[in-house]
Design a binder for this molecule. Structure first.
Ligand code: NAD
Length: 486
């Protein structure tokens, strides 16, 4: 009895997150909730409504009915709403930062980076409202004006991952809304509060009710009810390759178009003429930021033999100094790994590599839920860490005998998200950029780079399609060909 009372008190005292459907905050239809844990110490962070197919259906129905009028809102209205979203985000910056720190374990440095990026995404989306463009075509039929226009698709399903919830939410939700679509958003079950905060901001900004709807819950319980819904016209998914594959199959049944932004195993090639004073700190940034929980983190380094030992030594020295302190200390870089399941995966990748003969140049241990920055050498093809996404602060460094070997080995993967090369030789750098099987390539820069208006995305196991203002305009609108016979 006493235990039950204590439990009830705890429930009353913690955050309670609800769905946002049709402009109203609502409990789950079945009245169920689930726990959201702070990954730093697995303490209870919040309770959230546990969505079901019924909730999802209500959200899609609301979004569909809102679309009937939202599609005809004027660019100046959508622009004003989105700029207001940006203003309110600035006013609520501390709430968003606290959430990024306590809900998903972002060090404040990463939370600030994400906040700034998110703000830019919203403002860029506001600019998109006036930038929806069609074309005119010559016609072989005399007296004919021939043109294409772009129309919003309808209800867009936005599904976001835990690791950069604000960047993904601001970009994908705001681009969809800027283009005249309405949205149903399923956030990661590990980051629902961030999305609930964003929904509060959208509501305060005065967008029409039901233009933006949020259902919290477990993807495996409610995902299909969203992606397989006949009234959903487009799906944009960011998450793991396994779930992406499933979503592609569900979408195919209804012929629902989609973009898939999935996992990575992004390579960095470092040639002997590289400026190591610049390359090594950037290498460290590209794998240790947010404890390696970045899709575009570099988890493979191919380094030319003459500089291999020096590179490993310098990289290990930086790795040993990467901040692992208080998440609110600006020098902290390493984040807790988000969940016990993901921690088990990171542990298994390191243990498997070491058991099969790899060497730990540094790291390999844990401090609480945080994995130390870990560098592996002597990694071979039969080790899991060589091919699969680890999603932790773990990378492998391989010696190469030539640029050609570096390119071949960088391409020896099923993934194709980001890539990088460090060299002073522009011919090799551009050859690499043109021949790497990745959606993105950075010359003398880290694999981690994103901006609001660039075509961001990958190939193969890393996804299908691109996101960004122009890319989303193409993906989230439907082309219509119109002729006028004069
Ligand atoms: P995840 O695949 O576990 O979950 C992502 C989202 O999918 C969550 O919102 C979840 O609720 C939802 N989901 C789960 N099952 C579903 C289903 N059956 N139908 C519909 N939705 C479902 O990924 P995660 O652990 O949150 O994020 C990490 C992964 O995301 C990594 O693989 C990372 O590389 C990838 N990622 C990719 C990018 C990119 O832009 N390419 C960006 C960030 C993260």
């Amino acid at each position: 009895m006493r235990d039950q009372e204590t439990e009830m008190d705890t429930i009353k005292d913690t955050r309670h997150l609800r769905h946002f459907i049709g402009g109203e905050w609502t409990e789950a239809a079945r009245g169920e909730t689930f726990e959201v844990l702070n990954p730093l110490d697995d303490s209870l962070y919040a309770h959230a409504a546990r969505g079901s197919a019924e909730d999802m259906n209500r959200a899609v129905t609301a979004a569909k009915s809102a679309f009937a009028t939202y599609r005809d809102t004027l660019p100046k209205e959508r622009e004003r709403w989105l700029l207001r979203v940006a203003e309110i985000m600035e006013a609520r910056k501390q709430d968003l930062l606290d959430c990024l720190i306590d809900e998903i374990g972002s060090p404040v440095q990463k939370a600030m980076f994400e906040f700034d990026k998110g703000l830019t995404m919203v403002r860029a989306a506001a600019g998109l409202c006036r930038n929806v463009r069609g074309e005119t075509f010559p016609s072989d039929r005399p007296g004919t004006v021939s043109m294409s226009i772009r129309e919003p698709r309808g209800v867009v399903a936005v599904i976001t991952p835990f690791n950069v919830p604000l960047i993904k939410t601001t970009r994908l939700v705001c681009n969809a809304l800027a283009l005249g679509n309405t949205v149903v958003h399923l956030p990661s079950e590990m980051a629902p509060h961030l999305t609930v905060l964003f929904a509060e901001i959208v509501a305060e900004a005065g967008l029409p009710p039901a233009a933006y709807n949020v259902v919290t819950g477990f993807g495996h319980e409610v995902g299909d009810a969203l992606t397989g819904h006949k009234d959903v016209s487009f799906v944009t998914f960011t998450g793991s390759s396994v779930i992406g594959q499933h979503i592609a199959e569900v979408c195919a049944r209804n012929k629902t178009p989609s973009t898939l932004e999935l996992g990575g195993k992004s390579p960095t090639v470092v040639l002997a003429d590289a400026d190591l004073d610049k390359a090594v700190p950037l290498a460290a940034r590209s794998i240790f930021m947010f404890g390696g929980q970045a899709c575009i983190g570099s988890s493979r380094f191919y380094v030319e033999r003459p500089i291999f030992d020096d590179f490993v030594k310098r990289f290990a020295m930086i790795a040993g100094k990467v901040g692992m302190g208080d998440l609110r200390d600006p020098s902290t870089v390493i984040a807790p790994i988000i969940s016990e399941r993901q921690r088990a995966r990171v542990r298994a990748h390191i243990e498997d590599a070491v058991a099969k003969g790899a060497t730990l140049a540094t790291g390999g241990g844990w401090e609480g839920n945080r994995c130390q920055p870990t560098l592996l050498t002597g990694v071979t093809g039969e080790m899991t860490v060589c091919r699969e996404e680890t999603f932790g602060p773990v990378t492998s460094i391989y010696p190469i005998e030539s640029y050609e070997e570096g390119l071949a080995r960088a391409n020896d993967t099923d993934f194709g998200l980001s890539s990088a090369i460090f060299t002073r030789d522009i011919d090799k750098a551009m050859h690499f950029a043109r021949n790497i099987g990745a959606g993105m390539c950075h010359i003398n820069g880290p694999t981690i780079h994103d901006e609001a208006h660039v075509p961001f995305g990958g190939n193969g196991e890393s996804g299908v399609g691109r996101e960004g203002t122009d890319a989303d305009m193409e993906a989230m609108t439907e082309l219509k060909w119109i002729t006028v016979q004069l």
